[in-house]
Design a protein around this ligand. Structure first.
Ligand SMILES: [Zn+2]
Length: 128
């Protein structure tokens, strides 16, 4: 770690030291705060944003694309949760579940592809 100068005696001391070993003067509270604490606040929740984005995209996607988007949303949501982005993680997992319900619902509506084709052909015939 880096060295800093004591504000009282000018002696070089460890940046992590709370007191100057030379004169015993306390280091300024601002400097003494651990740098890791500042870092965690400014970390961009990339995975969380991706997860929520994927979740929202899967809502707008057609059925066949949502099948791929929903698991991706779920995985990204789990990663976001593990990185400590709880709110974004929970939102994306909720979106993944919503997407899953939508997929199940849509697949039941579509039913057998052959029946869908025959239904379309019947409609075309009735138009003539
Ligand atoms: Zn000192």
């Amino acid at each position: 770690m880096g060295l800093v100068k004591c504000s009282d005696c000018g002696r070089e001391i460890s940046a992590r030291a709370l007191f100057c070993p030379g004169c015993g003067a306390p280091r300024e509270a601002e400097q003494a705060s651990p740098p890791s604490e500042r870092k965690s606040k400014t970390v961009v929740p990339v995975m969380g944003i991706i997860a929520v984005g994927l979740g929202l995209a899967s809502m707008a996607m057609p059925y066949f694309a949502a099948v791929f988007f929903v698991p991706a949303t779920f995985i990204c949501g789990i990663i976001a949760l593990r990185q400590g982005h709880r709110i974004l993680g929970k939102i994306s997992i909720a979106l993944a579940f919503l997407g899953l319900i939508t997929i199940v619902f849509v697949s039941q509506q579509i039913g057998d592809p052959q029946q869908v084709l025959e239904g379309l052909l019947d409609k075309l015939r009735s138009l003539r």
